[in-house]
Design a protein around this ligand. Structure first.
Ligand code: 7RM
Length: 651
């Protein structure tokens, strides 16, 4: 609540600059027209966008078939994502883009690769033929577990070319997490690399894949990119080198004419249970959504150099490193490594070196750079920048102002973009040539997006007020389901309110209709912009023979937004010492990955529970963040537990 109050005291506003507005893809007039149309007739608005921004082999017969909560967009339309991202930039009036940079890639050690649209097209066609030769057919799932190398984008586009949905697993996930995701999607093939570079050293990926695929009956092939030249074990008959397979592949591969609703990809995200959800996205609607939002919100032009720093393993990388920018014929920058290697100015060096004009990153990175000191960005010429973006978590006004001043040189508009893995593309954001911004607010819903704030009873909160963020109309990039689990899909998103999507975020809307996102209100933590379920971490902890019970909560953290705190009650004979802390952190890293490792583990012999046995996480959150335990404690079963937990604070 304290957060909400400080945010809502924010009174600064920034009007769009008239020079920016004059050249903008969407100015005030077009934005207002689209808003009007999107409000009165969202399907008509999205149909217009699908026509203007995306190329179809066969037009759709029906814009939307909505049987809540199941939506089909552009029904009967035939389309291909790789055609939209590649072929159409090599034909007709766009043919000049042939030799335009599609991907500017830089590895952490400083090696670089620039792929033009023609080259990228050739590589994608070849790899699509490799997939076909390995028996991958339309509809087969392909798992990608890769570093940030161009081959990742090539593999994604090759999958879309033949209609094989991909499932990308972030390279930081452990063998256990990878195996669960491969098995849930029943992937036929895994694409990986020997390793990648991070913090100045190679890290290995292939051994993790070897361990994971020991128990994945669906996998019959592993394709390996050579990146670090680390020695790898090769299983004959199963493992194939990328470069060897590519050497023989033909560069001719016509794009499959796919149904608009053909599955495009699955991406796993954390929920409120121990099992991550496979979020399913399909083809025509998703592409319309990301292409349109990318064009309007990032104001993309042919001479821009656009850099979104997200790893492709997350939704932001899917939608705004690869699909949105390439469908718009843009130059997209991909960087392999960590922000502060070899020095704390690596990112600013990249911006200067490549002349980046549009830069999209996360508040957690911005806060890290604030701490590292202004001298690093100030030591570089950042004058190429003209637009900045933020995503992943609420941006505090102080970080917003620093971003505006130090990175944007006070001349770049900032777009704060709210969306989720489930929404596919941006839902609430400023339009840089049209909307006045307020630091800390994502401003207003995108045209055609019917966002609202509901109270517990499902009534829209009128005027200035807070509640639960919901979406009242289907949108083209919306998730079509949870892979293999329609029941969970309905329960998670569509059962809180009737025919309304429940986002899981709390939000406030001010008297001007501006949205201020407050963050998750469910048992999902947002650590450095990455979603981690409390239940996932808890189940990793209780799988240790030393643990009787565990409860995990988030505590506010200046840099990462949230830090993970675990309350653990050890089994009878176990001694709760530092060695146990070490073992438990290792356990979580093994089962999920380092991103889920608790910052702090506190031992207790009992957890605060309600009489019906539910752990009262609210109280634990107060204790973890050193706050006075507030609110209603009348349902607490054993009051002495609280006192003991506070004592455990001393160690
Ligand atoms: C794109 C992405 C989704 C969750 C979402 C929010 C939080 C994302 C913002 C934000 C405030 C923002 N997808 N979130 N963007 N909160 N302002 N601009 O991050 O599926 O990984 O996470 O992230 O809580 O529900 S995600």
């Amino acid at each position: 609540m304290a957060d909400i109050e400080s945010l809502l005291k924010e009174k600064r506003t920034f009007k769009p600059d008239s020079d920016f507005t004059r050249q903008a893809n969407w100015n005030k007039k077009t934005t207002n027209e689209y808003r009007k149309l999107g409000d009165s007739n969202p399907t008509k608005f999205w149909a217009q966008m699908a026509k203007e921004n995306v190329s179809w082999f066969t037009p759709w017969k029906k814009v939307l078939d909505w049987k809540p909560p199941f939506a089909k967009w552009f029904v009967g339309g035939k389309i291909n994502v790789s055609y939209n991202c590649l072929d159409r930039h090599l034909e007709g009036e766009n043919a000049w883009r042939k030799n335009k940079a599609a991907i500017i890639w830089e590895g952490e050690p400083g090696d670089t690769r620039v792929l033009t649209y023609a080259e990228l097209h050739r590589e994608v066609c070849k790899f699509a033929n490799v997939l076909k030769a390995q028996g991958v057919k339309k509809g087969d799932r392909v798992c990608l577990y890769m570093p940030m190398v161009p081959e990742l984008a090539i593999a994604m586009l090759a999958c879309t070319r033949i209609g094989a949905p991909h499932s990308i697993v972030f390279g930081g996930f452990s063998a256990d997490a990878l195996r669960d995701r491969i098995n849930d999607a029943e992937a036929k093939i895994v694409i990986t690399a020997d390793g990648g570079y991070r913090k100045g050293a190679p890290f290995a990926l292939k051994p993790t894949v070897d361990e994971a695929v020991e128990k994945t009956p669906s996998v019959d092939r592993v394709i390996v990119v050579k990146r670090t030249e680390q020695p790898v074990d090769f299983r004959a008959g199963r493992d194939i080198w990328w470069h060897e397979a590519m050497a023989e592949a033909s560069a001719k591969c016509p794009p499959a004419k796919l149904d608009s609703e053909h599955p495009l990809f699955i991406l796993y995200t954390s929920g409120t249970t121990g099992n991550p959800k496979g979020i399913l996205h399909t083809t025509g609607g998703y592409l319309t959504h990301v292409t349109t939002t990318h064009k309007a919100i990032f104001d993309i032009k042919d001479d821009d150099v656009y850099w979104c720093t997200a790893d492709i393993g997350w939704i932001t990388g899917h939608s705004y490193v690869v699909y949105g920018p390439l469908a718009n014929g843009a130059t997209t920058v991909m960087y392999e490594g960590t922000p502060a290697h070899p020095g704390p100015d690596r990112w600013w060096d990249l911006i200067e070196k490549w002349g980046v004009t549009i830069f999209y990153t996360a508040p957690t990175a911005i806060r890290t750079f604030i701490r590292l000191g202004d001298e690093h960005p100030k030591g570089h010429d950042l004058s190429s920048l003209r637009l900045l973006g933020s995503v992943g978590e609420p941006i505090n006004p102080e970080a917003w102002m620093w971003y505006h001043r130090v990175i944007g040189g006070k001349r770049c508009p900032i777009v704060d973009t709210w969306w989720q893995t489930e929404t596919g593309g941006i839902m609430i954001s400023s339009i840089p040539g049209a909307v006045e911004t307020k630091p800390g607010s994502a401003t207003r819903p995108f045209p055609g997006v019917h966002a609202d704030i509901f109270d517990e009873a499902g009534e829209s909160v009128k005027g200035d007020g807070g509640g639960f963020l919901v979406l009242k109309q289907p949108w083209p990039g919306m998730l079509r389901g949870i892979w293999g689990d329609p029941k969970r899909f309905k329960e998670t998103y569509w059962s809180t309110y009737d025919q309304t999507y429940f986002a899981g975020d709390g939000a406030h809307r001010d008297k001007n209709g501006y949205f201020w996102i407050m963050g998750r209100i469910d048992d999902v933590m947002n650590v450095s912009g990455h979603r981690i379920g409390t239940m996932e971490v808890e189940s990793a902890l209780v799988s240790s023979p030393d643990v009787a019970e565990a409860a995990v909560v988030g505590r506010p953290d200046e840099i990462t937004g949230t830090a993970i705190v675990a309350f653990v009650s050890p089994k009878g004979t176990t001694i709760p010492d530092d060695a146990l802390v070490g073992r438990l952190k290792k356990q979580v890293t093994k089962e999920i990955g380092a991103i889920a490792r608790p910052t702090e583990i506190r031992f207790t012999n009992a957890l605060p529970k309600t009489r019906s046995g539910k752990i009262m996480r609210r109280l634990l959150r107060d204790i973890a963040s050193g706050r006075e335990v507030g609110g209603d404690t009348s349902t607490l079963e054993d009051f002495s537990v609280l006192a003991k937990l506070r004592e455990s604070d001393d160690d």
